[in-house]
Design a protein around this ligand. Sequence first.
Ligand code: NAP
Ligand code: GDP
Length: 389
Amino acid sequence: MTAHRQPSTVHRGAPSSSARSALIIGITGQDGSYLAEHLLAGGYTVHGLVRRASMFNRSRIDHLRAAPSSQPAAHSSKPEAQGSRLTLHYGDLNDRTSLRRLLKTIAPSEVYLLAGQSHVGLSFEIPEVTCEENAMATLGLLEALRDLENPVRFYHASSSEIFGLPADSPQNEATPFNPVNPYGCAKAFATQLCRVYRSAYGMFVCSGISYNHESPRRGENFVTRKITLGAARIKAGRQAVFALGNLDARRDWGYAPEYVAAMARMLQARQPGDYVLATGKTCSVRDFATAAFAELGLELKFKGKGAGETGVRTDTGAVVITIDPRFHRPADAANLTGDASLAKKALGWAPKVTGTDVARLMARVDREAIAGLKPETCFKHRDRRVRRD
Ligand code: NAP
Ligand code: GDP
C-alpha cells in the first residue's frame, strides 16, 4: 500500500481558472461549503450535488446563492455575481445512474467527493450505510469517471481514520492502514481503490488523508462543536450542563477553511498523489473544552476520575460537563498525529490554526450566534433521535 504517487503518467496541464468547472458532491456539508466559497473566489464555475431532504439542508451555502461577489471574479473585467456561477443539482450517492448522467451533462474539469456518512461513532450503528456511501460510492464514481471522454481530475476525501492504531507516529502517506471502525475500513478501501485507478488507468485521482478539521460549520454531533455550542449556551444561561464521552481522546484538530485550500491545490498540481493534511499537533478533548470555556470567560477545572469525572466552573462551582458512557465508542482510534511535510513541499500548504486556537475561534462564533448577533452560523438540523452523539 505504498504506490501513492504516479509520476510516470503525463497529465495535461490544468485548464486556466476561467475554464475550470468543478462538481462538489457534498456541497451542503462543512467542507463542501468552504470549498465552494474557495473555488468561486478563484473564478471557477461550481456545480453542487444536493440530496433531497424533507427540510431544506442548504443553510451552509445559502449565503453563496444569494450574495453577489464582493469583488469581480479574477478572470473577468466586470463584477459578476458568484451566485451566477453556482448551480445546484439534485442527486444522491446511492443513485449511480443519475450521477453518471450529471457528469456527462455538466462535464466538469474537477470532481470533489466530499459526501458521505462522516461520523465515526455512528459508523458502529449504521455500518452498511457508512460502507455503501464511503466505499462503494467511491468505486461507482471512479467507474463513471473512467468512462468519460474527457479526463476529469478527482479528489477523494480520505481520513486519518485509515490509520486507526498506527505503527508509526506521526503518520505519513506511507504509513500502513490499520482502521479500527467501520468508517475507517470504508475510507481505507476507497483510498486504496483510488491508488489502483491512478496507477492502472493513469487517472488524475488524489486522496487528501485529512485529520480532523473543524469550524463553526461543523456538525453539532462532533465533539468540538458540541463543546463550543454547549459552552456558548451555558455562558448565555440557556443550558446548565452537557455530557461527553472519552475526555482523554487526543486529536490533531485543524481549521476547515485551510484544508479545502489544500484540496484545490491537489487538483491544480502537475501530478496526482495522496497527501496527509494535518497540523502535526494534538490536544485532548479536555484541553479543547478548557480552551473553549476560557474564551468565554469561564474557568473550568476537571475533578474526579473515569465515569465520575466532571468539569466544574470555578466561579460558581457548578458542574457543567459530566461523563455519559453512551458517548464512549466500542473502539476509538489512537492519538493520531499527521506529518504533512509532503503537502508542504509539493503543494506549498501549511496550516496555521491548530487545536486550542480552533476551540477559541469556534467558541467566539457560537457565542455570537447564541446571542443572536450572527444567526446564520447557528445551524438547526440536529436529530435528537440519534443516540450516539
Ligand atoms: P459533513 O459536514 O458531514 O458533510 C457531508 C456531506 O455529504 C453533506 O453535504 C451531506 O448532505 C452529504 N451526503 C451524505 N450522504 C449523502 C448521500 N447519500 N448522497 C449525497 N450526499 C450525501 O462532512 P465534512 O466534515 O464536510 O467532511 C467531508 C468529507 O471529508 C467526508 O467524506 C468526511 O468523511 C471526510 N473527512 C472529514 C474530516 C473532518 O474532520 N471534517 C476528516 C477526514 C475526512 P446533507 O447536508 O444533506 O446531510
Ligand atoms: P472523529 O475523530 O471523527 O470521531 O470526531 P469526533 O468529534 O466525533 O470525536 C473526536 C474524539 O472525541 C473521539 O475520540 C471521541 O471518542 C471523543 N469524544 C468524547 N466525547 C465525545 C462526544 O460526546 N461526542 C463525540 N462525537 N465524540 C466524543
